[in-house]
Design a protein. Structure first.
Lengths: 260, 260
DNA sequence: TAGTGGTCTAGACCACGGG
DNA sequence: CCGTGGTCTAGACCACTAC
């Protein structure tokens, strides 16, 4: 009972549950409203808590729910559209672009980053192969939606050798200022699914492993790849937009009511 | 035992497990190689099978593993870069673009689709509000990477009224042919995380609910939105690329060895 | 038929947030 | 402090694949 039975291919309970909950969300709940707790929901639907959680996980993945330990499960607002394409055919760090400088440091690049920069092997011995790593955060509508690591090879910003700015936003600003002196010839972008590293998760106010959209951007000058950015967007709350796309709503119709 | 213990902030077992497995994958396994089964792995690490599965799920989400019921868990090849941007500033259906026509039908649009098309309310009463829905499939390197539903309002392709082509690729071809007669003024794109609907999952050879990247594209003519495409890409195997981005590898360094 | 991953259960304890 | 979601266990059975 509770689920259709005479099916030749019985659908999993959690899948059926997800459908039922999804419809209930559309009809009986307002954005921000708190759902009954997991133990009660499980009892109400006659399933184990783990099964109920499997359904909730799916709904959270689709951006319909938001769960916070110690608080409860709430109905999520529609995903916010975040412009990633057109408006930024320029170096990172333009004023008022929604990004906030967090920190900067100088390290040796990982193999993966070195490969993206394409400078690992054709640099003379003894040359400084360190990169400046700038940490930024993107805020939209009062919420942190992305954490970014920008990698700038020391060779791209020679003016910075022997920089003595202390760690922090000031140092990050200095790196970006130097970068903006170069002539940007083009850029490159890719998007894939990932899970939040511990440090990114902290910035995004999520648990480690939360699903994120990894946006990797390469910035080209005539000399090659001058910088690489790896931005980690919250997959639950964000919809990345390219081109002139504005506030379009897809996937489902949200309620406009908001819980008091 | 098996996990660090004297931590002030003990990390979850599955998280630690994921890290260990991830390193083992880099060092001791080749692409395509089959891992020991879940019950044995769980025993080997001294955890319950559910905990082990939580770690495997994460690794699958990151595109490092591939699991198939009845077969086993194998090491996934690096994600394939799929061009979504530049090369297609034209109507869908260009020859040799990697898309294969599957089917076509004529239906009433859902509320969400109608909103995307922006034609729901400003159409005179009695006008044909049906849309042609064209199903396509994208194949890359012998593998289906995406399933698409293309929505074309009847008003965009008046030449098709009273079409009598049978359901199938032929009918789909007819719709696209009519669409290509219009002048494309621009397009719009957004990417978000979703979970595969049952029908898409079948086309993608995944289970329902599998994580996917939803790419929504709007095609504009001088008259407004002439068509909308909702493409469902496998999130586990695909990296969407925009611009001239080619075969870049991010996130981690794969082994180039391949299992015999 | 044997072995795999997928689903499900009924418990337990823990970490966090707010009164 | 209590209630929440997060983690974990030790089982069970099912659906699928390949032999």
């Amino acid at each position: 009972m509770g689920t259709k039975q005479l099916e030749s291919v019985p659908e999993p309970k959690y899948w059926h549950l997800k459908t039922v909950l999804s419809e209930a969300l559309d009809q009986d709940f307002a954005v921000g409203e708190v759902l009954p707790n997991e133990r009660e929901l499980a009892a109400r639907f006659g399933v184990a808590r783990a099964t109920l959680r499997q359904a909730l996980e799916q709904l959270e993945l689709e951006g319909r729910l938001q769960r916070r330990r110690g608080v409860g499960t709430t109905v999520a607002p529609p995903r916010v559209g975040v412009a990633v394409g057109s408006t930024q055919h320029d170096w990172p760090g333009e004023a008022g672009d929604g990004w906030q400088l967090v920190d900067a440091a100088e390290t040796l690049p990982s193999a993966a980053v070195a490969k993206l920069l394409g400078t690992a092997s054709n640099v003379p011995f003894g040359t400084d192969q360190t990169v400046h790593t700038v940490r930024r955060t993107r805020v939209t509508q009062g919420q942190v939606v992305a954490a970014e690591l920008l990698y700038v090879p020391g060779s791209s910003v020679p003016g910075l050798s022997g920089i003595d700015a202390p760690a922090g936003p000031a140092r990050a600003r200095a790196v970006l200022r130097e970068l903006q002196r170069l002539v940007l010839e083009g850029q490159d972008r890719s998007v894939e699914l990932g899970s939040a590293r511990a440090d990114d998760a902290k910035e995004l106010d999520r648990l480690p492993g939360a699903p994120v959209l990894l946006v990797t951007t390469r910035f080209f000058t005539a000399d090659g790849t001058a910088a690489v950015s790896v931005a980690t967007y919250r997959a639950d709350t964000c919809r990345l937009t390219f081109g002139d796309s504005g506030d379009v709503q897809i996937s489902h119709e949200p309620q406009t009511r908001v819980a008091s």
